[in-house]
Write a protein that binds this ligand. Structure first.
Ligand SMILES: Cc1cc2nc3c(=O)[nH]c(=O)nc-3n(C[C@H](O)[C@H](O)[C@H](O)COP(=O)(O)OP(=O)(O)OC[C@H]3O[C@@H](n4cnc5c(N)ncnc54)[C@H](O)[C@@H]3O)c2cc1C
Length: 430
């Protein structure tokens, strides 16, 4: 995109977290890109592709070298709908076709399968389970093919917004752009600097997970052909089993307990017949722990910047909504940023307000669902029981597919109408 001459509108410093590392006069000599994106996960790479496809001069700074491990392997139809526009062609030998989600309580033997083809009319009827190392590399390649510059090994250490540009500092120097996007995921670059991280206290607190390689033929037969994500409902939390390409299985446990370590994995799955049977004879890889992943960024946008994906908000892994919401946020921001850059109005602090407003419907819906999953009998009554109301059930399936932006879903209406009010003295979200 041809850059308009820098007019110096809004020359005063913004109230963004600022680490000024270089005198402004020296900085003026830099080339000014249209957009700098920090982070090449699904949010950053999707946005880079959508912008570059429209002629925007975009540079992405990513601290890691790809491929690299990342958690978040079960995708939803509402995010997959974007793949074609991004130029991503899922290869069924590299991604595992996913037909839906199964909820199962091993203690009672109750289980329910929700197939995406039962959903209300709309997005695709299936999704994928992916190794994020492969998926994120493929998304990054889409961005490069579209014309974005992606620089790996570039950890952003400082950001500053001056009147007419954003300045981003890495160990190798500075990058200047008319607009800055924080897509740093759980690192939440801007939210941390602005002390704008607001934790959600009623969701999962920690996850412990690993991969198993070399599943047996019997296990693969039992897991297929729908390859549903298995959500194992347990007291105080839940577990997942996600089939991955190459006869692999991702298994994890999420708990509301504090202070857990790798040992939780063995404790939780010692009594799980399904995990023991499916992983018999398979080789267990490294066990990892993540904690305190649920929060929102209370300052997700401002003059010349926006945060998208996990850098703006992450709720909880239970409904696999993270990647879909990150990609939808990228799409929403691209819609607003392209015309603003063309018109030279990208400094408008409200530019990304519509992105936050749009995403709020998804966060509110999933937030209400997740709160009930952990803090009420919902898992029992909705996810482990047969529904007699087929429209309600189709509504549940639509949400399990990430389709939270329709106005004919009675289940979603119920969730949003009856968003749980905190009990006296209790903070619902934070
Ligand atoms: C236990 C667990 C299980 C999950 N399971 C699922 C699931 O099954 N399905 C699902 O959809 N979601 C899942 N999620 C959520 C999912 O992982 C995230 O929502 C998703 O990855 C968000 O994408 P993103 O692009 O915003 O951030 P990320 O994917 O985290 O990408 C951020 C990128 O920014 C880079 N970066 C960070 N800081 C800097 C810096 N300072 N400079 C340069 N680069 C930087 C990182 O290296 C990274 O590549 C899960 C999350 C957890 C915690």
């Amino acid at each position: 995109m041809r850059r308009r001459a820098l007019t110096g509108i809004m020359r005063g410093r913004m109230s963004t977290p600022v680490d000024s590392t270089e005198p402004i006069e020296r900085a003026r000599a830099h080339r000014v890109h249209d957009v700098v994106i920090v982070g090449a996960g699904p949010a950053g790479s999707s946005l880079a592709t959508l912008l570059a496809q429209r002629g925007v001069d975009v540079v992405v700074l990513e601290k890691e070298h790809f491929p690299r491990f990342h958690i978040g392997e079960s995708l939803l139809p509402a995010g997959c709908v974007l793949h074609e526009r991004l130029g991503l062609e899922p290869d069924p030998d590299v991604f595992v076709w996913k037909g839906g989600a199964e909820f199962r309580c091993e203690a009672t033997g109750r289980r329910q399968v929700f197939r995406f083809d039962e959903a209300l009319p709309g997005p695709p009827r299936s999704a994928w389970q992916v190794e994020r190392a492969t998926f994120d590399t493929a998304l990054r390649d889409c961005a490069v093919r579209a014309g974005a510059v992606v620089r790996h090994g570039e950890k952003v250490r400082g950001v500053a917004i001056d009147g007419d540009r954003a300045r981003v500092t890495t160990d190798s120097g500075e990058v200047h752009a008319r607009y800055l996007v924080d897509a740093t995921g759980q690192d939440r670059l801007l939210a941390r600097k602005a002390r704008a991280v607001v934790p959600y206290k009623r969701f999962g607190k920690a996850a412990v997970f690993t991969h198993f390689d070399g599943l047996s033929r019997d296990a693969l037969d039992e897991i297929g052909p729908g390859n549903e994500i298995r959500v194992l409902v347990r007291p105080g939390g839940w577990g997942w089993a996600i089939p991955l390409p190459g006869a692999r299985l991702s298994v994890g446990i999420v708990t509301q307990a504090q202070g857990v370590d790798e040992g939780l994995f063995d404790a939780a799955f010692a009594d799980s017949p399904i995990v023991r049977a499916w992983t018999a004879g398979a080789e267990r890889r490294e066990t990892r722990v993540v904690r305190n992943f649920s929060y929102k960024n209370s300052a997700p946008h401002g003059a010349r910047y926006a945060a998208i994906g996990d850098a703006a908000c992450f709720l909880d892994p239970v409904f696999s909504s993270g990647v879909a919401l990150a990609m939808i946020a990228a799409e929403q921001l691209a819609l607003r940023l392209v015309p603003a850059l063309a018109a030279g109005t990208e400094a408008d602090p409200a530019l990304a307000a519509g992105v936050s407003a749009h995403l709020e419907r998804g966060y509110a819906t999933f937030g209400s669902l997740i709160d009930r999953f952990y803090n009420s009998r919902f898992a029992d009554t909705v996810f482990l029981s047969d529904s007699e109301d087929s429209l309600m059930r189709r509504g549940v399936v639509s949400l399990l597919g990430g389709d939270a932006w329709r106005d004919d879903n009675p289940f979603q209406d119920m969730l949003l109408r009856a968003r749980r009010r905190p009990a006296p003295g209790e903070a619902a979200a934070s």
